[in-house]
Design a protein around this ligand. Structure first.
Ligand code: CTP
Ligand code: MG
Length: 229
């Protein structure tokens, strides 16, 4: 499932973030290529901005089912879950805002799920020192960086566990959850990590988009030269 229903307020591109061009193709098309062309992926659902479903369908070109999203990421994931086919047992949830997704990350998440994990997240070590700061700007603690990880998508789940976690969140009136694995963690489900990819950074601001342009240009050049992808 690729969640692409956000409006992209912080990117402020005048259109939904998933439709913004990245090196000649909409952002969404990059993630879609990664999933639709992957041997471990049987079907793809894209959750689209409610007023751009037709445009997203054009972009998907028959490679994915497209459904309208909701007002929050959490609501969009729930709407995507409701659209999954009956035979689907394992689900990967990916942000369209992370367009540069190497195939090996998908493979690693799926492999961990097939080995019996219920929830799997790709993570990276944290390069910066992280401090806890109070409301006045005063440092209150320095966290041990060796214990910290930055979390990416695609996050992988046993479908039943993810559906149950979202139902519980709704019952508890939690409505702005941005981390699906956090929901399962709160319910006591063990969450397993696999290595993430630096390339799979999230595009949030115009600066991130500029970085992604450079990376995408390099990737395309490598692909055309027949090199590694
Ligand atoms: N998302 C979604 N439905 C929403 C909000 C977010 O499907 N109602 C998706 C976005 O499309 C994105 C992912 O969740 O792929 C991560 O969200 P974020 O990076 O915050 O994207 P936006 O919400 O679009 O950006 P902003 O918060 O700046 O408006
Ligand atoms: Mg958002």
């Amino acid at each position: 499932m690729i969640v692409a229903a956000g409006s992209g307020q912080r990117l402020a591109a005048g259109m939904p973030k998933a439709l913004v061009a990245l090196h000649g193709r909409p952002l969404l098309a990059w993630a879609l290529d990664a999933f639709a062309g992957h041997p471990d992926i049987d079907s793809v659902v894209v959750v689209a901005p409610p007023d751009a479903v037709a445009t997203v369908e054009d972009c998907a070109g028959g490679r994915a089912a497209v459904v309208a999203g909701g007002p929050s990421r959490q609501a969009s994931v729930e709407l995507g879950l409701a659209a999954l086919g009956p035979g689907v047992g394992l689900v990967l949830v990916h942000d369209a805002a992370r367009p540069l997704l190497p195939a090996w990350v998908i493979s690693a998440v799926v492999a961990a799920l097939r080995a019996g994990e219920q929830a799997v997240i790709p993570v990276l070590p944290v390069a910066d020192t992280i401090k806890r700061v109070d409301g006045t700007g005063q440092v209150t603690a320095t966290l041990d960086r060796t214990e910290l990880r930055a979390v990416q998508t695609p996050q992988g789940f046993a479908r039943a566990a993810l559906v149950a976690a979202h139902r519980t969140a709704r019952e508890r009136s939690l409505t702005e959850v941005t981390d699906d694995a956090g929901l399962l963690e709160a319910l006591g489900v063990p969450v397993r990590t696999v290595p993430g990819a630096e390339l799979c950074f999230k595009i949030t601001t115009p600066y991130d988009l500029r970085l992604a342009h450079s990376a995408a240009r390099e990737l395309d050049a490598m692909t055309q030269a027949g090199g590694p992808t």
